[in-house]
Design a protein around this ligand. Structure first.
Ligand code: AMP
Length: 113
């Protein structure tokens, strides 16, 4: 989608610091990091949010989480890390292209704000 920020990043039309890419997924550093490691993992396919994913996307959703684990290992997040997606404005979603936040490198609190 040409009017989607993360589609434009995936298409390399908007710059980002990529840390991973394959045929189905891409990952790049969050421009406003909330932890020493803050990476966004996105599907290349445009899906607006987790709630908009279909049963057909189940394998893709699993793949995104496997990518998150791989990046966590590469960043040596041995003390722990968090993978989270915000679904909808009420949960803090600001970009309408499904993305998982990978956060690590500092102590995490629960519940998140
Ligand atoms: P959310 O609020 O859960 O939708 O997350 C969107 C995330 O995208 C936020 O953490 C933003 O800091 C991040 N973000 C916005 N624009 C960019 C960009 N151009 N490159 C990388 N991250 C971005």
């Amino acid at each position: 989608m040409s009017d989607c920020l993360f589609c434009r990043i995936v298409a390399r039309q908007t710059p980002a610091q990529f840390v991973y890419e394959d045929d189905r997924a891409a990952a790049f550093k969050d421009v406003n990091p909330q932890a020493p490691t803050h990476v966004l993992i996105v599907p290349k396919k445009h899906i607006s949010s987790l709630a908009e994913a279909s049963d057909e996307d189940a394998e893709l959703l699993g793949h995104l989480q496997r990518v998150a684990c791989r990046i966590a290992l590469e960043h040596s997040l041995t003390k722990g890390f968090r993978v989270v997606t915000n679904n909808g404005r009420g949960a803090g979603q600001s970009v309408d292209h499904l993305h998982y936040h990978l956060l690590g490198g500092r102590a995490m609190t629960w519940p998140p704000g």
